[in-house]
Design a protein around this ligand. Sequence first.
Ligand code: ADP
Ligand code: MG
Length: 385
Amino acid sequence: MNIHEYQAKEILNAYGIPIPRGRVALTADQVERAAKEMGGRCVVKAQIYAGGRGKAGGVKLIHHPEQAQEYAKELFGKTLVTPQTGPEGLKVRRILVEEAVDIAREFYLSITLDRSSSRYVLIASAEGGMEIEEVASKTPEKIHTLTIDPFTGLRSYQARWIALQLGLSGSVCEDCVNLILNLYRVCLEKDCALVEINPLVVTRAGWLMAMDAKITFDDNAIFRHREYPDMMDYSQLDPLEINAGKYDLAYIKLSGSIGCLVNGAGLAMATLDVLKEYGGEPANFLDVGGGATREKVAEAFKIILQDADVKGIFVNIFGGIMRCDVIAHGIIEAAGEVNCTLPIVVRMDGSQVEEGKRLLTESGLNVQCSDNLGDAASKIVGMLG
Ligand code: ADP
Ligand code: MG
């Protein structure tokens, strides 16, 4: 789960990490008033669930409150496209107005989960800011990483090593050590998958400050934090993803033309692999989980059909906990309700498989059944030609 920059900064600040003075606004008038409060000179920042805003025109240094209002009018409702949003972009509905800080140096600092070592890893670079992707690809030696042992935690000497790698010395170096240790506390206590400060800056006056912040919470830990669901900004999510969430289904949008309905994440991965092997391009996948009901399968099917890119549907289900006839009923119900004429290939196995197949074949839908995954994949790819 993602949150906005201003929310991430509030969390960092609660852990003693300095942030610029700021105010979040929902209208252009509020932006103007906030700009006045900052004394006229300020930075106006679009709040979207993606970075790369600076280069896309979503962050601007402002000199007068009127200029802030004008720029805000332009930004509100605008769709910002950055390298992190994908081509469809994200709409701006909230704006952060911040004091303009005189920056002397910009660093990169983050803690994220490293799946291969199953540990948090601290990443830092003295060359932070908007060019960080370029630094990472052209001069990876300028990026320092440190894997954190969960048993001993992050030690202050390790944090100091990072601060020294950033080229800091004296009291700023000690401030940075504390900041890094606090960032690790944020990660643990807030169950983060990522906490990123880019740029972390040293101001001209010599203070450390988080000038941008991104936090991603671990979805599996949301139940431990009652306040998280209220922090969510639904305007930033794909409506189909929200819909799937309501029915406790996992929906992932992809770029091809075959909609995939599967049960279980492992089977979903295998299905995508096999489809690709046969030259198919998945448009999405929807995981209905273990013990789905007929209604759940029907909702899942409807969600897949709402994706305009879907030209054919591939169902790959193992009926263990879930019976194949229940799945068939769900598919028939949903397809009938929305008058689906798209080709459907169903590969299922397990309890009540014969009954499931019979129901589908007699349904009058444009459906083919198959016992074999490779055969099923080649069928759907063939039907889409
Ligand atoms: P993004 O990472 O999405 O491009 P940032 O919040 O990092 O957005 O802003 C882009 C750049 O704008 C920063 O690297 C920094 O140089 C500058 N900037 C951001 N906020 C401020 C601020 N309050 N005062 C001065 N400069 C800022
Ligand atoms: Mg940034």
